[in-house]
Design a protein around this ligand. Structure first.
Ligand code: CTP
Ligand code: MG
Length: 225
């Protein structure tokens, strides 16, 4: 089956505070987005990749991937959802035979190729939508506006959701066509609103998102730089 991965990489990286877009921040000398795309292609399960970047970064991104025709670049949007929407439109125009679409944060630079392959296999095996999840280690509480605890949530049924998230192509297309795109914090959230069942597979701690300085330091230790 023909598999396209969309990589939103158009964020500013405000919380990391590197002064450049987070996707271009180097980890062991290699930009986060290059590591993330390598992980996708090294899985052997992804045929094409479409990266959404800030307007001013298109040239630099094209240069980073100049040696592979499997990778395209599009201009993203003001929030992650519009970046994914732009990547989806551009990617399907470029590779119209696509049957499975993955969405994967550029910031999850150390995601193991085996995790990517497991998500593609789940959709190829018949599921409409699949996300990688991890159990939640900390106790979770709901608090009011003043920070006082209102209740403790039952942790046993909670999961932290990672990317890549994998979808049968028409399912993601419908989700992005439905006009509900402001109302979810991840792509599976849009699909859930269509009433489509979203399945889970075990995630991997290495698929963590580089969000803060602390995350980048952890990633540097992990790659030995
Ligand atoms: N992203 C995007 N377009 C946006 C905002 C985010 O493509 N307008 C991408 C980021 O580049 C990142 C992924 O979505 O790969 C996850 O977002 P996040 O970790 O929040 O990255 P940033 O938005 O860059 O970081 P921050 O929120 O700290 O500014
Ligand atoms: Mg953000």
């Amino acid at each position: 089956m023909s598999v396209l991965a969309l990589v939103p990489a158009a964020g500013d990286g405000v919380r990391l505070g590197a002064g450049i877009p987070k996707a271009l921040v180097r980890l062991g000398g290699v930009p986060l987005v290059v590591r993330a795309v390598r992980g996708l292609l090294d899985s052997g399960a992804v045929d094409h990749v479409l990266i959404a970047v800030r307007d001013g970064d298109v040239g630099e991104m094209r240069d980073l991937f100049a040696d592979t025709a499997a990778v395209g670049v599009a201009v993203g949007g003001a929030d992650r959802t519009s970046s994914v929407g732009a990547a989806l439109r551009c990617g399907l125009r470029e590779w119209p035979g696509t049957e499975i679409v993955l969405v994967h944060d550029a910031a999850r630079a150390l995601t193991p190729p085996a995790l990517v392959a497991s998500l593609v296999a789940a959709v190829a095996g018949g599921m409409d939508a699949v996300v990688p999840v991890l159990p939640v280690a900390d106790t979770i509480k709901e608090v009011d506006a003043a920070g006082a605890v209102e209740r403790t949530v039952d942790r046993s049924r909670l999961r932290a959701v990672q990317t890549p998230q994998a979808f049968r192509r028409p399912v993601l297309e419908r989700a992005y066509a439905a006009g509900l795109v402001d109302a979810a914090t991840d792509d599976a959230g849009l699909v859930e609103r269509l009433g489509v069942k979203v399945h889970t597979v075990p995630g991997d701690p290495l698929a963590f998102k580089v969000t803060t300085r602390w995350d980048l330091e952890l990633a540097e230790h992990l790659v030995g730089s």
